[in-house]
Structures are given as structure tokens and as C-alpha cells.
Design a protein around this ligand. Structure first.
Ligand code: HEC
Ligand code: HEC
Length: 354
């Protein structure tokens, strides 16, 4: 997978970056041109067009100067996070992450994989308004969110070299994309939802058949080096003390079900998923039903509770559905209630908001 992608990047990287630019420019022009009557729908479609083919400049071809080294170090921080910023990193001042995961355990293929939570458009997307804080978030703020939740750690100072390197790497990934670009393959997919709650018990059987071989029966994964955690994981843990915490995006059922459907067992891609839709929802429910680090501070997230994603696993909520339904679904009734509250009340302030 990795080798294939490196080769592809070298060979057609710039050509497809150019193509992406051409497509993007086409969309921008369509947006500005006056719209003839009756053509509004077509024009809206063009403005919303996703950039289907994207690739990035090969960071190995950047010169061996300070900038090239910073960018390549950024890719290394993404892929070998525990080594550089993990709890056992050699330099104690650089221990920002609270677990030994790597960013690339979730942002697959160093952030390049379609529906593997790609980071290709991230730096073109920020700064952006964040419903979680009710404020504008910079790219650094967004990245710190993964540091505090997915990596169960703390924010990185803006001038810390790993932070600057990650940002430099993300900027290279987006360098061929226009501002606010919408790419094909963003996120992790959009599976049809079940009209029942996802079932952790049934999910345990799916886990035993499809996941346990790699992620192990205690969800602990496999370390690369049994005596030195800073080598990170050959297979990352899915729960337990060294996993992402309860505020992480991966702890939301919709995110993890889609991620698993399109990417697991590892090596799977969205074109040829292995799990059925139902199995993906249930195995995801099994994983989120397991214990993991938890932080009370997250109760202050989302100053307007109507903006809180329906599958957020921690309260408070704007509606009166039980926490278990927010965790396992079905989500359609919650969405309908949120829309009703939006229409009647406009907003629902979070009592814990800072
Ligand atoms: C446990 C899984 C996991 C880990 C580990 C993780 N992330 Fe994320 N990250 C996510 C999820 C889920 C999202 C939300 C994706 C979405 O909204 O489409 C996300 C979103 C992001 C975004 C915003 C992307 C965008 O286009 O809006 C950035 C930037 C990011 N992560 C960077 C990082 C960095 C850097 C690290 C390592 C320091 C990291 N992440 C580690 C799961 C993870
Ligand atoms: C062949 C081994 C293998 C199998 C089988 C497998 N995984 Fe994974 N999984 C991995 C590896 C390796 C990664 C990290 C990928 C990387 O770093 O490029 C991963 C990453 C993940 C992640 C994101 C990282 C994290 O720590 O949360 C989740 C969630 C996940 N797997 C869930 C599952 C589920 C659920 C199944 C069963 C349906 C499954 N995996 C089957 C090897 C496997």
C-alpha cells in the first residue's frame, strides 16, 4: 500500500495536481458566471463539485534545505508520532501526546488515503468556524484537538518544532488545492444508517471473526517493540489506557463505523469493503462500548448544543433522548428532534460553556 502510493506520487503527482487545479478553476468560474434562468441547479452542482482526483507534490523531491527537512520531519511526526512526541519520547520537553498512537494510524497512508481520514485538504479548510468552541479555529487549533483527544495529550506550543513541522507538511499536502476545496474521499464515508440501535453483542462476534487476529482480544494491539513503547504500534490499540479518549472523533459511532467499513481489516479500501454495512455498525458499537481514557472537560464542548453531532458519546445534550441512543443510535429520530428545536428555539446554550 505504502510503496504503491509513494511510486504513484512520484510518477503522476504533479500531473494530477495540475488536473485538480484545472477542475477547481472550472468550478470557481462556474460560480462567478451569471446564471441563466433555469440553470441554477446545474450551477450549484458545479460550485459544489468535489475535486475527484488529487495528489500531492512528492515531499521526497523537496530540496535538502531547512524547508525540505522541516516538511519531511512533519511527515515523520505524523507516522512515528510516539517516537517524536509520545509519552516516552527521548526529549521530555517534546512529550505532548498522552498515548503511543501515531496520527497516521487513523490518517492512513500519511494522510493521503481516500476515505481513510485524508488530510489533503486540511490546510485549505482552515481557519474555519468551529461549532465545538463557537470560535474560529486555525489549523493549529484543529490539530491540537486531535492532540488532546485522539492522542489523549495536551496542546503543542505554536513554536514547537513538531507543531511547525506538522503544519508545514499539511501545507504541502494542500498546496495544489484552492481555499475551502472539497475533495472526493474526504472523511471516512457515509454508510446508510441502521433503523435499530447498533448492537455491541453482535459486534463482539464480528470482532472475533475480523479484528481479533490483529487488534487482540483485549483491544491492546501489538507494539512494534515490546520493551520500548516509543516505537509505536504495528497494530494500534482500539481501547484501554493507551487508546484515544472519549472526546475523540473515532469514539463517535458514525465516524468509526465508516472508518472501519472503508479501511478495515487493514489494507481494505472503499472500493472493495470487506464488512457488510450491518457488521460495520455493530463492530464499531463493540469498540466504543469498551473502556478508554475519559475527560470531564469535554462537557463544555459546543456552546450551542444544537450543533453537537448526534453521535457524541458524552453529554449534555439539547434533547431528551437517553445517552445510550446518542452512543449507539438510531440517529434519525434525534436528528428530527434537533431540527425541530432549531426551528422553534434557534439555539440551546450549553450550561457548562466557558
Ligand atoms: C484515533 C484516530 C486519530 C488520531 C490518532 C489522530 N486523528 Fe486527526 N482526526 C481524526 C478524526 C476522526 C478526524 C475528523 C475527520 C472529519 O471530521 O472528517 C480528525 C481530523 C483531523 C484534522 C482536520 C482535518 C480536516 O480536513 O478537517 C487534522 C488537521 C488532524 N486530524 C490532524 C491530526 C494529527 C496531526 C494527528 C497526530 C498528532 C492526528 N490528527 C491524530 C482521528 C484521528
Ligand atoms: C491485518 C490486521 C488488521 C485487522 C484484521 C484489522 N485491523 Fe484495524 N488496524 C490495523 C492497523 C495496522 C492499523 C493502523 C494502520 C496504519 O497505521 O497505517 C489499524 C487501525 C485501526 C483503527 C484506527 C486506529 C485506532 O487505534 O483506533 C481502527 C478503529 C481499527 N483499526 C479497527 C478495526 C476493526 C474494528 C477491525 C475488524 C473489523 C480491524 N481494525 C481489523 C490492522 C488491522
Amino acid at each position: 500500500m505504502r510503496a504503491w502510493s509513494r511510486v504513484t506520487r512520484g510518477r503522476i503527482g504533479w500531473a494530477s495536481a495540475l488536473l485538480a487545479l484545472t477542475l477547481a478553476t472550472g468550478a470557481a468560474v462556474a460560480q462567478q458566471a451569471p446564471v441563466p434562468p433555469g440553470r441554477e441547479a446545474a450551477s450549484a452542482a458545479a460550485a459544489n463539485a468535489r475535486i475527484a482526483m488529487w495528489d500531492v507534490p512528492d515531499v521526497d523531491l523537496l530540496p535538502d534545505d531547512d524547508y525540505g527537512r522541516l516538511v519531511r520531519y512533519g511527515r515523520s511526526v505524523l507516522e512515528a508520532s510516539a517516537r517524536h512526541i509520545g509519552p516516552d519520547a527521548a526529549d521530555p520537553a517534546m512529550r505532548f501526546a498522552g498515548n503511543n498512537l501515531a496520527c497516521a494510524n487513523c490518517h492512513l497512508d500519511a494522510g493521503l488515503k481516500k476515505f481513510g481520514l485524508p488530510l489533503v485538504a486540511a490546510s485549505a479548510d482552515y481557519p474555519a468556524y468551529s461549532t465545538r468552541t463557537g470560535q474560529v479555529a486555525t489549523l493549529e487549533d484543529r490539530l491540537d484537538n486531535c492532540m488532546m483527544r485522539s492522542m489523549n495529550g495536551r496542546p503543542m506550543p505554536r513554536d514547537a518544532r513538531p507543531m511547525q513541522a506538522l503544519v508545514a507538511y499539511l501545507r504541502v499536502l494542500s498546496s495544489a488545492l484552492p481555499k475551502d476545496a472539497r475533495i472526493e474521499g474526504a472523511g471516512a464515508g457515509a454508510l446508510p444508517e441502521l433503523d435499530r440501535a447498533a448492537d455491541p453483542q453482535r459486534g463482539a462476534r464480528v470482532y472475533a471473526q475480523n479484528c481479533v487476529f490483529c487488534h487482540r482480544s483485549g483491544g491492546e494491539g501489538l507494539r512494534r517493540n515490546p520493551v520500548d513503547a516509543s516505537f509505536g504500534y504495528g497494530v494500534p490499540p482500539l481501547w484501554g489506557p493507551d487508546s484515544f479518549n472519549d472526546g475523540a472523533g473515532m469514539n463517535r459511532l458514525i465516524s468509526i463505523a465508516n472508518f472501519v467499513h472503508d479501511n478495515m481489516p487493514n489494507g481494505t479500501d472503499w472500493l472493495m469493503p470487506v464488512l457488510s454495512t450491518e457488521d460495520a455498525w455493530d463492530v464499531a458499537a463493540y469498540v466504543v462500548s469498551q473502556p478508554r481514557p475519559s475527560r470531564e472537560a469535554f462537557a463544555a464542548d459546543f456552546p450551542d448544543l444544537l450543533e453537537k453531532p448526534v453521535d457524541t458519546a458524552y453529554g449534555p445534550y439539547a434533547d431528551t433522548f437517553p445517552p445510550s441512543q446518542h452512543k449507539y443510535g438510531p440517529f434519525a429520530p434525534i436528528r428530527a428532534e434537533i431540527n425541530r428545536l432549531k426551528a422553534t428555539r434557534g439555539n440551546v446554550p450549553n450550561p457548562n460553556a466557558r
